[in-house]
Design a protein around this ligand. Sequence first.
Ligand SMILES: Nc1ncnc2c1ncn2[C@@H]1O[C@H](COP(=O)(O)OP(=O)(O)OP(=O)(O)O)[C@@H](O)[C@H]1O
Ligand code: NI
Length: 361
Amino acid sequence: MSDELLDVRNLRTTFGTRDGTVHAVDGLDLSVSPGETVCLVGESGSGKTVTCESITRLLAEPPARVEADRLRFDGEDLLDAPESSLREVRGDGIAYVFQNPQNALDPVYTVRAHVVEALRAHRDVGRERARERAVELLAEVGIPNPRERCAEYPHQFSGGMRQRVLIAMALAADPDVLIADEPTTALDVTTEAAILDLFADLAAELDVGVLLVTHDLGVVYEVADRVIVLYGGKVMETGSAASVFENPTHPYTRGLLASLPGRGDEMRPIEGEPPDPADPPSGCRFHPRCPDAVDACRGGDQPPLHELGRAEGRRVSCVYYDDSVNADPASLDGGGATPSADSSSSGTPASAADDAVGGEP
Ligand SMILES: Nc1ncnc2c1ncn2[C@@H]1O[C@H](COP(=O)(O)OP(=O)(O)OP(=O)(O)O)[C@@H](O)[C@H]1O
Ligand code: NI
């Protein structure tokens, strides 16, 4: 039995479309261990959702086609598994938390009824026991006064509290893995931070593995153990969240970081558009938008993932780290993305806010 709950090697997911074959995910490796939070990060269309749905085999095949050298949950092969085993895995082993808590909760049922229903769908448990367990689960996900509040209806809950209810429902199956696909997009920033903290806590306390999808690299630093940066279906960079965040190596990762607010410098969105998935550029998928692109970036296929530091599992797909190419990583501009201790610049959001409130010079 392997230690890894999810074990994916060389995942390739394509879609047959009228415009040709779309390579939505191309050559992705991923593993999630108990208690670990792994984040998939990348702009819209980079392949995050397709990755999650490929793992749980939720995609309609065809038009999708899912191939991999290895696709396992808790040692069990999911690539050739019959639909009945897949259903079992999706029911008990891997639980999904979806994006929009509004649509997922039924306005005519109480919060408790939702969680009881989720519990009874997964195991043979009596109604009374399920009602008790529902209160426990709501407490576990941080609903205050769960015994009283569970009698309320979804509309009486805030967006963040509704998302907590959905997480409680996902936990009802007692899963080994939680997959959360942008679970906080509908929420404000403060609530988002609280919900993401909850995932990290659940991973630690319940020993579940969490696969978290986000396009905000900022949240990753707070909650993730490891991060996988995707662009155009390819892995650009991967490693421990702290090392990727503090020392981003791929120009795309640097660009993502520079596009975040509150990094000391001016926010700088990455210019240009993501690649056409039906007709991606040759070479590095990012080269048409890359401020540091050299000739070696343009030809051939995506550069292999070079190992940077074995201990941290740091790997980057960029020719600057290929010894056979004459390009020095030290010359990478970074676009102002590297964390800077210099906060004296007058354009920071904080000083702008001070001006607005205090009216001081
Ligand atoms: N059914 C489909 N048929 C054809 N192409 C598809 C299909 N589903 C997804 N794709 C393509 O696969 C690529 C990856 O899509 P995916 O939804 O995984 O992106 P994402 O990273 O989750 O983006 P977002 O942040 O917007 O959710 C996109 O180019 C998308 O157009
Ligand atoms: Ni998505």
